[in-house]
Design a protein around this ligand. Structure first.
Ligand SMILES: *C/C=C(C)/C=C/C=C(C)/C=C/C1=C(C)CCCC1(C)C
Length: 245
């Protein structure tokens, strides 16, 4: 089905289909956020435009995947795991790029960006392996994925990225700190969804919860929230520059 027909496809949605509801609201929220970021781009100084563009790309890529996921759920009634991970493997590395872009003022090198991207790809590929290919050992693959996740957390909270943020100071340091909290708390929503949706010792804790609802809430918070932090940073530094003039 083409994207356009997908976009306007009307599948029956039961009033108690709260999973379908979160897919639907998710696609609208991602689309609205993308319009917001793209349309605001031209009002910023050149050096911030790439960051805002990346914020918009993150929510736009998610919006397109949500159109597919919403239809997949409506038509097939199963978790759209494949689309989910394709979305993540495109958008999470872009979030790593955001860290690099805002720290560039303090002299961030591309190697930092590639390191974060590498950890994020390891985190997502091993997560996919556990969720789809070797579900019986989901705990093991989830553990490897979790280690890669903590490597990202360590790097931005205490590693090279942290040092650069301190060197940059001011609103960059503040924005970096907020993004760090998003990664530590906001991203921690995903392993909960994973445990809710895969068999393992943790089933008795999270077993009754719905994986897609948890992932959809996580995506809305993290993708739109991340973008707004960067947007806010661009607003703050653009206005302080006008004051200086
Ligand atoms: C926009 C999408 C985002 C920010 C997705 C983030 C996904 C994660 C942080 C996933 C992490 C996982 C673990 C830490 C362990 C279990 C497997 C995953 C892939 C769900």
């Amino acid at each position: 089905m083409s994207l356009i027909t997908n976009f306007f496809a009307v599948s029956k949605m039961a009033p108690d289909d709260y999973v379908g509801f979160t897919f639907f609201v998710g696609s609208m929220a991602m689309m609205a956020a993308s319009a917001f970021f793209f349309l605001s781009m031209s009002s910023f100084d050149k050096k911030w435009r790439t960051s805002i563009l990346v914020s918009g790309l993150i929510t736009f890529i998610a919006a397109v995947h949500y159109f597919y996921m919403k239809e997949y759920w409506a038509e097939i009634g199963e978790s759209p795991t494949f689309f989910r991970y394709v979305d993540w493997v495109l958008t999470v590395p872009l979030m790593c790029v955001e860290f690099y872009l805002i720290l560039k003022v303090a002299g961030a090198k591309k190697s930092l960006m590639w390191k974060l991207i590498f950890y994020s790809v390891v985190m997502l590929v091993t997560g996919y392996v556990g969720e789809v290919l070797y579900r019986d050992n989901a705990w093991f693959w989830g553990l490897i994925s979790g280690i890669a996740y903590f490597a990202i957390v360590y790097e931005i909270w205490f590693g090279e990225a942290k040092k650069l943020a301190v060197a940059a100071g001011g609103s960059v340091l503040k924005a970096h700190k907020t993004l760090c909290w998003f990664v530590l708390v906001g991203w921690a929503i995903y392993p909960v969804g994973y445990m809710a949706g895969t068999p393992g010792w943790y089933e008795s804790v999270f077993g009754g919860w719905n994986l897609d609802v948890i992932y959809n809430i996580g995506d809305a918070i993290n993708k739109i929230g991340f973008g707004l932090v960067v947007y806010n940073l661009a607003v703050l530094s653009s206005s302080s520059e006008t004051v200086k003039k």
